[in-house]
Design a protein around this ligand. Sequence first.
Ligand code: KE4
Length: 430
Amino acid sequence: MNTSTSESLFSRAQKVMPGGVNSPVRAFRSVGGTPRFIERARGARIWDVDGNEYIDLVMSWGPLILGHADERVIGAAKSAAERGSSFGAPTEAEVRLAELVTERFPSMDLVRMVNSGTEATMSAIRVARAYTGRSKVIKFDGCWHGHADGLLVKTGSTGMQYGVPDSAGVPSAYAQETLVAGYNDLESVAPLAEEHGGDLAAIIVEPIAGNMGVVPPAPGFLEGLRSGADDTGAVLIFDEVITGFRVAPGGAQELYGVTPDLTTLGKIIGGGFPVGAYGGREDIMGCVSPLGSAVQAGTLSGNPVAMAAGVAVLEALAEPGVYDRLEAKAEKLTAALTVAAETAGVTVTTNRVGSMFTTFFGPGPYTNATQVGSADADAYGRYFHAMLDNGVAMAPSYCEAAFVSTAHTDEDLAGIIEAAGKAFAAVGTT
Ligand code: KE4
């Protein structure tokens, strides 16, 4: 496969951007090799600058549930852009998107648009602290909520309850306000709530983890967090940046029937344009300026082009049968992948919820960060490159989700399955 133009672009990029990328995972560091520079995309397919074609399962990390360059989305964005790119003033489009979001997420009385998932989670935590007057936050090992300082925190050493920075540049004083519990491990939450409950502002969780690979909530886990938040008076925040509009029209909270106090959204609600959002109970969102004293602002928040794209996506997702068709496609694909792995003598475990899934290399189960850490990353790296060589683009890390879109045709699925047969054989028996 000729990748010479990607290679020369990558060396150019590294002269002017850290690591040659605008987001670390794109640099292929955990799988090796040269990132493919993409020239264009449509439906489920992307083409790199060397003309190589791939069936895409990254789908921009989740936003493109309708596929690449969906005519409804691009048409809406184009027409909005022709009327002006940004006004820094209210528009009807942002009202319409906020109405669509709050209709689908009944827990969201009020919603504020921002420009990324990071902004959404950072703001939601600030508002939870403003509402409660408290400072501690519980997050979960293996969950990613973007790169706000207080969330770049990992479990301290054994027995230490306070978090420690998970990135250079995060002062330990910030990290100490964040407590880290085990995903799907309510027993790890109890002592933190007991010790810090009086100062606990928020519990933030990915209701379906997508950033340690896909890890669904164990039965009772989300319900346990709901009662823990009620018992301590903490604000329960569901980070649905991935799962919102992905696993159900009303996200994971609809799927599992557990209602958070605040929800963060992103990805799908922008249709590939930069959009995040946070919202929830009116009494909590009443703290947000200009209503209340929790400051949060943004030049391009509610950008009219991004809002128009988001409205187009959510209106398309309202069509009857969309989620049933997504479920059927993803079920068919993952079942066939499992057969392909077995045929090649490769042991894999697939975690799937709706149209998001991860194929782990190993016997599993994979229900928390520790178990995920035991999966065979090297085998995934071989699989990743073999899939790429056979025309399928996967996430360049196994701690991510693969996404099926409404644009993936039967032909696309067949192409993925055929490539996987070769790729599993290339991995070798594990
Ligand atoms: P952004 O700031 O990247 O828009 O959103 C941060 C974020 C928040 N919450 C969840 C559950 C998320 O998954 C994300 C971002 N997701 C990653 C991939 N899993 C984005 C890809 C990247 O970092 O390049």
